[in-house]
Design a protein around this ligand. Structure first.
Ligand code: 5GP
Length: 170
């Protein structure tokens, strides 16, 4: 399977452009809520343009061999009422099957936030197994991409090689 390689610079620029879109849309979150681990670095870059505190949750649907599990493991979660009455910008790096977003959104909505908007750096064009709850009205996408595996710079064990590949494929 062919892969995407995105450089830090490309990712930074994509997030900057989408942050401008979020600001222009009039959505002003109280909090940026990063889904870890993939959402952590995008959330931090986003905060350069949307200056709000970052809070984090961490779940995984994938095991150590990148196999999709039936139920996610909650490694870290919010306390009760942390986002009640708040406007939240939920951040993840990639919308693939959408199961992660579906799970997180349904759990988070139980705290009755004022609004949750979603930001994903990359959205894969494919049929989704997960569904976005109807009350979610804002879904911001950095870049829509084909259904290929994405190699992110923060996963690289050799960042020089990663950046070289990202440049070749640009
Ligand atoms: P979903 O629940 O939408 O299938 O996937 C969400 C999570 O799966 C992402 O946050 C990420 O950790 C992982 N994932 C899915 N597709 C990719 C990919 O192409 N590259 C990487 N690095 N992680 C992915």
């Amino acid at each position: 399977m062919d892969k995407y390689y995105f450089s830090y610079q490309t990712i930074h620029n994509t997030i900057k452009e989408t942050a401008q879109e979020i600001i222009a849309s009039g959505f002003e979150p109280d909090l940026i809520l990063a889904i870890g681990g993939g959402g952590f670095i995008p959330a931090r870059i986003l905060r350069t343009f949307i200056k709000k505190p970052i809070v984090t949750i961490a779940i995984s649907y994938y095991d150590a061999n990148d196999q999709l599990q039936e139920k996610p493991v909650k490694h870290q979660w919010l306390s009760q009422n942390d986002i009640a009455g708040k406007k939240v910008l939920l951040v993840d790096e990639v919308d693939d099957t959408r199961l992660t977003l579906e799970y997180c959104l349904n759990e988070l909505l139980q705290q009755h936030p004022t609004e949750i908007a979603v930001f994903v750096l990359h959205k894969k064009l494919k049929e989704k197994r997960g569904h976005i709850p109807a009350s979610i009205k804002r879904f911001y996408v950095g870049e829509t991409i084909e259904d290929k595996w994405v190699c992110y710079p923060w996963d690289a064990t050799d960042i020089n090689e990663h950046e070289k590949r990202a440049k070749q494929k640009a």
